[in-house]
Design a protein around this ligand. Structure first.
Ligand SMILES: Nc1ncnc2c1ncn2[C@@H]1O[C@H](COP(=O)(O)OP(=O)(O)O)[C@@H](O)[C@H]1O
Ligand SMILES: [Mg+2]
Length: 287
């Protein structure tokens, strides 16, 4: 691993957090799809560039961000974007408090400002689900300035040196808008694909160490068939979701494999023909 990553890690690991902050440290366990992704993401974090993770649903984007948080033992705040996301949800809000018998207005820091001040990680999920007019407020946070003037209070906030940003998008997904160029430009962008068969085996064996080998083998066979049909354009991407595969495997520890695949994978596809294809593929693998 790059020396700058190790050095930075040593420094970040030496920090002490209180109990509440410690609850925000992610659990690791991301399995990378190839030789470079994990280290290259860490390098970008270390050189203080915001990281954009692009990939289909269930490809491990959130898991990857959580693993960065675990790697540095650094608390992470998550913002989930939607059309309702507003400046308050990002920055915080004003509230009235009693102080020494006086009624005063106080500002409760939101996730962006908290992460900036305390040197935590900020994870912005589904960043392309937000209304385009909401996010420009983050431009100065995301570029070399690493600062923000809080529009609600006028306070100027400079980011702590350890403040790091990761964001995720699922390109082309329903409800998303293309990400604003000025915003996208500020990120270093990574493609996060579904894992290949070998890495998926590693993941399933780790998640389910007590599962019968035949179950793991069968699920991997089904997964590789599904992947192939996604490549052939006969199934939508989601059919190859690792999340769904994990769910199907866990269900199959308790109920029949065919039904497990039906509930965890097939039923979630929009197209009736695709649902049927998944069931047919599964049936030929299940003995
Ligand atoms: N490469 C991976 N390494 C470890 N776990 C993964 C990986 N890909 C998917 N998963 C698992 O699949 C599920 C969905 O992953 P998640 O990170 O929530 O996907 P996304 O955020 O891309 O929708 C989680 O249970 C996660 O642990
Ligand atoms: Mg996610």
């Amino acid at each position: 691993m790059e020396a700058i990553i190790e050095e930075e890690r040593k420094e970040r690991l030496a920090r002490r957090y209180d109990e509440e902050e410690s609850l925000l440290v992610g659990t690791g366990g991301y399995v990378p799809p190839g030789p470079h992704l994990w280290e290259d993401v860490l390098t970008s974090v270390v050189i203080r560039r915001p990281v954009l993770l692009k990939g289909p649903t269930g490809s491990g984007k959130t898991k990857l961000a959580e693993s960065v948080s675990a790697f540095f033992a650094q608390p992470m705040h998550q913002v989930n974007c939607s059309v309702d996301l507003d400046a308050e949800a990002l920055l915080g809000f004003k509230t009235i408090i009693q102080q020494e018998g006086q009624t005063v207005i106080d500002f409760v820091d939101g996730p962006v400002i908290t992460a900036m001040k305390k040197g935590h990680i900020l994870y912005i999920d589904e960043i392309n689900m937000a209304k385009p007019e909401t996010l420009p407020i983050l431009h100065s946070v995301l570029d070399y300035r690493r600062m923000l003037t809080n529009p609600f209070t006028g306070e100027i906030i400079r980011a702590h040196p350890d403040f790091s940003v990761l964001a995720a998008i699922n390109e082309g997904y329903v409800g998303t808008v293309p990400m604003n160029e000025a915003l996208k430009n500020r990120f270093i962008a990574f493609q996060v694909p579904y894992l290949g068969t070998e890495e998926t085996r590693e993941l399933l064996e780790r998640e389910f160490p007590d599962a019968p080998e035949v179950l793991i083998d069968t699920m991997l066979g089904i997964s590789s068939d599904l992947r192939e049909q996604v490549r052939n354009g006969l199934l939508e991407d989601e059919a190859a979701s690792i999340r769904s595969l994990i769910d199907a495997t866990e269900l199959a520890l308790h109920i029949g494999m065919e039904r497990a695949v039906q509930y965890a994978i097939a039923e979630k596809l929009e197209d009736r023909g695709e649902r049927q294809l998944v069931q047919d593929l599964a049936r030929t693998r299940i003995r």
